[in-house]
Design a protein around this ligand. Structure first.
Ligand code: G3P
Ligand code: CA
Length: 225
């Protein structure tokens, strides 16, 4: 059962920062989950919200700010917003990266960065798993690449996610953990698709979800898995 750190190790460090990803690596995760948007000048920025307001000392839409302007902001007074390229450098193949596309526009850029790492830097497709609630974005990734692993995110409709996952040849479905039971997990797995629920934080919930034999768990506290 894979141990996947949500936004790094969000339970211990500021989400989606290099220190959070390092903390997750220290916890010996199998993978880290992170979120991406584009800056106004087309850099892939690792941040959850469409604005910088909640997580930094700035205000405004991520896609209205340049990478340089985003880098000038501070998270908890000391940390910087990171680009996806910087996270790749930090992780350095030590775990896989579940990259959640927060907007359709990120799809082409993320595929390009992955292809660069596979063809020029000796990375493997197994180091990457792209997920999204925006299924059009997933379809765009599949249009661009037969090789990149996809995860279908859903908060509401497991059956629809299952049908779509088969259609786009996804590796996995990433459901809110409340949607799961032992039977529906098995039904999905029998079709060769893996199940990675989120965001499972409480020890009792982790124990219950483990009992469903899911393939991995996405948690703010990966050390609890
Ligand atoms: O990828 C699972 C989970 O991160 C999806 O929800 O809002 O935390 O990005 P959210
Ligand atoms: Ca996410």
């Amino acid at each position: 059962m894979l141990k996947i750190g949500h936004r790094g190790a969000k339970g211990s460090e500021p989400e989606n920062t290099l220190i959070s990803f390092q903390k997750a690596l220290d916890m010996e995760v199998d993978g880290i989950e992170l979120d991406v948007h584009l800056s106004s000048d087309g850099e892939i920025i690792v941040i959850h919200d469409e604005t910088v307001d909640r997580t930094t000392n700035g205000t405004g839409l991520v896609n209205a700010l340049s990478c340089r302007e985003l880098k000038a902001l501070r998270i908890n007074e000391e940390h910087q917003v990171s680009t996806l390229r910087e996270v790749f450098e930090l992780v350095n193949q030590n775990c896989f990266m579940n990259i959640e596309l927060k907007t359709y526009e990120t799809a082409d850029k993320v595929v390009e960065l992955i292809e660069e790492h596979v063809s020029e830097k000796n990375w493997n497709y197994s180091h990457f798993l792209i997920s999204s609630f925006d299924w059009n974005a997933l379809q765009q990734v599949r249009f661009l690449s037969d090789e990149i692993q996809l995860g279908v995110l859903t908060e509401t409709d497991l059956d629809l996610a299952f049908a779509f996952a088969k259609f786009i040849k996804a590796k996995s479905i990433h459901p809110h953990f409340h949607l799961l039971n032992k039977e529906n997990v098995l039904k999905i797995q029998e079709k060769g698709i893996q199940v990675f629920p989120w965001t499972v934080n409480e020890v009792e919930d982790i124990a219950k979800i483990k009992g469903y034999n899911v393939n991995g768990i996405i948690s703010d506290f990966p050390n609890r898995i």
